[in-house]
Ligand binder design. Structure first.
Ligand code: APR
Ligand code: ZN
Ligand code: ZN
Length: 361
């Protein structure tokens, strides 16, 4: 089968192989035929080492497809089911799932995400899929708990986006930051995650939603997708002044992974407002804050992983919003790529020129 493999950290392109295999599913595992996989900036972060996931590695973690084979003890899904892959699936029973009400932080199903778990074989070598998935491949082997089953009439390209970027962004606005009706919101970064945060803020009833990005050519589309304003980082202080009377935004969400933008997000948050970090920065990067300022302003800083999702509930909520027209996923997709075009897609994502691209496998 085909698989796009990161050979070494630092490589600019993936090795597009046609001779890969998966291991056989264990008793509680399933094999999924991946039909679609979005390209997310975290794929780039795995390539350049911003997040250290190791190599060789089958990339891709925003995927949907059809169950092709099930292990002997699998009871929750059947062959032929349509599913979205979940990169941080809840077990339903641990302290994080129950006691702390934080199912996105459950580590019972796939363990520590950065620990490789080999499910692929290529050229005689075993290798893992990115954060246990590896959706830039025709097939992937997952625990049965690592997918959410969806209705068969839902287009799988749309569904794939929910597996990472859309859940991460919409969830950051509605689950983590808890954007309120009538509020002012600023979102840094208008890629798939940022545009999803914008759409989440709109769903939550925000009055003003300011998108901040370097790529002004994306601004028209970003406004179609819910932003009331779109500005560059340099223009933001003036826009903040006009919209908030200089107080700062009720909610600021950083969806780039850039520490300078994170610091600006904090500065642009009003006293008592919420500043939410969604983008993934490198493990050695730091931001400075004055603790005195934090106390005297009562700003709330929070991180958001996977939109604080309970995937088994939220994926269906997002699909319902999509059906109802409140969440526009088709207009987020710039283009659909073939497997052979994955490296073009990686280049376009790296440049920030696109909102989302989907690979049709
Ligand atoms: N200031 C403003 N905008 C910027 C800057 C900057 N310094 N640097 C990049 N951007 C913009 C890009 O132009 C692009 O529009 O941020 C956007 C990032 O979009 P994508 O590359 O599509 O990233 P996305 O997949 O949305 O992920 C964003 O969330 O999940 C994490 O790991 C992911 O950290 C990444 C972030
Ligand atoms: Zn992602
Ligand atoms: Zn759990």
């Amino acid at each position: 089968m085909r698989a796009a493999i990161l050979r070494e950290i630092g490589d600019e392109h993936l090795d597009l192989c046609t001779d890969a295999e998966t291991i056989s599913p264990g008793p509680n595992d399933i094999r999924v035929r991946i039909t679609h996989s979005g390209i997310c900036h975290s794929d780039i972060s795995a390539m350049n080492g911003t997040v250290s996931l190791g190599a060789p590695l089958v990339l891709g973690h925003e995927g949907a497809g059809i169950v092709e084979e099930v292990g002997k003890d699998v009871s929750r899904v059947s062959v032929g089911d349509h599913v979205i892959a979940v990169w941080s699936p809840p077990c339903g029973g641990c302290d994080f799932c129950q006691k702390f009400h934080k199912p996105n932080l459950c580590q019972e199903v796939i363990g520590d995400m950065s620990r490789p778990y080999n499910t692929f074989i290529q050229g005689g070598e075993e290798m893992a899929g990115m954060i246990r998935l590896g959706t830039f491949a025709d097939y992937t082997v997952l625990p049965e708990l690592g997918v959410v089953r969806i209705d068969k009439d839902i287009p799988l390209d749309i569904a794939s986006l929910i597996g990472c970027g859309v859940m991460t962004g919409v969830g950051a606005s509605i689950n983590t930051a808890k954007v309120t009706p009538g509020s002012s919101v600023v979102v840094f970064g208008a890629g798939g995650v940022g545009v999803s945060a914008i759409q989440g803020a709109k769903i939550a009833g925000a009055a003003e939603i300011v998108a901040v990005d370097l790529k002004t050519e994306k601004f028209d589309r970003v406004k179609e997708l819910g932003a009331t304003h779109a500005v560059t980082p340099e223009e933001l202080p003036d826009t903040m002044g006009e919209i908030t009377g200089g107080h700062g935004f009720d909610f600021a969400l950083e969806c780039i992974g850039n520490t300078k933008a994170m610091r600006q997000a904090y500065d642009m948050t009003r006293r008592g407002g919420t500043c939410c970090f969604v983008g993934v920065a490198g493990s050695d990067e730091l931001i400075e804050f004055s603790p005195l300022e934090l106390v005297s302003t009562e700003k709330i800083i929070c991180g958001s992983l996977y939109g604080s999702t309970n995937a088994r509930v939220d994926f269906h909520r997002l699909l319902r919003l999509c059906e109802g027209g409140q969440l526009d996923l088709p207009n987020m997709i710039d283009r659909t790529l073939s497997f052979d075009e994955i490296n073009d897609g990686i280049d376009a994502c790296r440049s920030g020129d696109v909102i989302r691209q989907v690979v049709a496998l």
